[in-house]
Ligand binder design. Sequence first.
Ligand SMILES: NC(=O)c1ccc[n+]([C@@H]2O[C@H](COP(=O)([O-])OP(=O)(O)OC[C@H]3O[C@@H](n4cnc5c(N)ncnc54)[C@H](O)[C@@H]3O)[C@@H](O)[C@H]2O)c1
Length: 472
Amino acid sequence: MTGLAGVGIAGGSILKGCASEPDTNKKSGLDQLSKQLEKSHVQRFNMSGYAAPRLDTVGVGIIGLGNRGPNHMMNASRIAGVKINALCDMQPEKAESAKKMLAGTDHNPEIYTGNEEVWKKLCEREDIDFVIVTTPWYMHAEMAVYAMDHGKHAATEVVLAATLEECWQVVETAERTRKHCMMLGNTCYGKFSMVMLNMARQGFFGDIVHGDCGYIANKMKNNFSKDMYWDMWWLKQYGNRKGNIYPIHGFGWVAQMMDINRGDKLDFLISVESKDFGMGGRAKELAATDDFYKPFADKDFRGNINTSVIKTSKGRTIIVQHDATTFRPPTNTQGIYGTKGSVLGYPPPARISKGEDGWISPEEYKALEEKYTPNIVKKMDELAKVSGSDVGGDLLMMWRLIDCLRNGLPLDQDVYDGVSWSSILPLSEWSVNNRSYPIDIPDFTVGAWETNKRNQDLTIAEGGNTKMKKMV
Ligand SMILES: NC(=O)c1ccc[n+]([C@@H]2O[C@H](COP(=O)([O-])OP(=O)(O)OC[C@H]3O[C@@H](n4cnc5c(N)ncnc54)[C@H](O)[C@@H]3O)[C@@H](O)[C@H]2O)c1
C-alpha cells in the first residue's frame, strides 16, 4: 500500500523554538506539527449534522474479511434496502469464505482479491454507495479517503485514523466530498450505553465531571497466535508503537456523555505507560525454539498498561486505559461521575449512585433502567422479534446507519467524532515518548464545537422505517 499511514514526522528541526522543554526530551515534533496542521485547515463545510441525499437501496462494499468483516457483512445482509455488491480481501480464502456465508440470501457480491491494492477497484464501482472498512486499523484512513474521493460514504472499524495527518486528511476529504465518514464505535450502541446516555441528557447525573473508560482484555494468546490475525499485524503494532493503541471502546461513549464536539471539546492529554513486563519476554521465549518469532525477539514492546488523562475545554476530565497483557478478566470500563450521580458499568453488574450512601439497590437500578430506556433500544427489541434473533449493539449500529442513509438523516457519529476519538492514539504515543508531557488535542471542528447540535437521536424521531429480514 502506498499508505498515508507512516507519514514521517520531522524531528529536530521542527522543535526549534519550542522553549518550554529541552529538545532532548522530545522524540518528535508532533506537538508543533499538530498546531501547524490545525492552523492550515479551513473548514469548507461543517459536516456536523450533515444529511446526505437519501438512498432507497444502499449498495455496500466491504474491505477486509478477517475476524471482524464477516460480522458486519452478515448484519448488513439482514437489513432491508441493502445490497452487498462487492467484497474484498487480499487473501482469496477469506473473501471466498465470506461470500459462502451469504449463500441462501439475496446477495451475490463480486469478489476482489489477490493483491493489496485491489480494494481500490471495489471503491471505484458505480453500484457501491457505502464502503465498510474492516482491515487493520493503520489502513483505515487511506481506504476511507479513497472511498470518499470516489463518491462513496465510508465507515471504518476502530480506529478511523492512526496519525494526525490522516485525521486531518479524512476531515478535509469528508468536507470536500460531502460524504459521511463514520467510525464504527459500537460500544455506544450497547443497551447500557444508550440508557445511561438518555439519563445523562435528562440531567440525572447533573454536570458530568469525570469519565473512566478503557479496553482491558488479555490478548497474549491472540497476539502471539500465528493464525489469529493477518500477518501478525497486532503483534507488530505492539512491538513498534507506544501509547494507547486501542482507545475507542468506552471512550466514544464518554465523549457522547460529555457532548464532545457539540458544546465541549477535548483540550489536552497526558499519557503514562508502564514498561513492558510481558510481551518482550514471551517473544524471546518463543523465538528460542521457533524462528518464526525471531523478528519479534528484540522489539521494544509497548508497555503493559497505558493510562491517558484528558482535560476538556469545559473543565471535565477523562481517564482512558489500554491493557492487553496483564492477567485479569476483561474489563471494558465505563464510568461517569457527576454532580448529582454516578454510574459504573464494569465490572458487572452495572451500578448507579445518587448520593453519599453508596450504590442503589439492584431493584432501584432496574426501575431506573426501565424508566430511561430510550426508543432506539425499544426498537432493538422490536427488530429482534421480527428477525427471530437477538439484536445486539453491532446489529443495531448497522441498522441505524443504514436507516439514516436511506432516510437522508445525519449519522450518529460524524467525521469529527471519528478523528477526535482516534487522535488519542498518536497523541498518547507522543506523550509516552516524551516523559508524559502534555499535548494539545486538535479541534477538528475548527470552533464549530461551540454551536454544533447534538446528534445520536435516541428518540429516533425521524426514520426508523427500515425493516429487518428474517434470519436465514
Ligand atoms: N469494534 C470491535 O468490537 C472490533 C472487534 C474486533 C476487531 N475490530 C477492528 O476490526 C479491524 C480488523 O480486525 P480483525 O480482527 O478482523 O483483523 P484480521 O487480521 O482478522 O482481518 C484483517 C483482514 O484484512 C485483510 N487485509 C489486509 N490488508 C488488506 C488489503 N490491502 N486489502 C484487502 N484486505 C486486506 C486481511 O487479509 C485480513 O483478512 C481492526 O481495525 C480492529 O481494530 C473491532
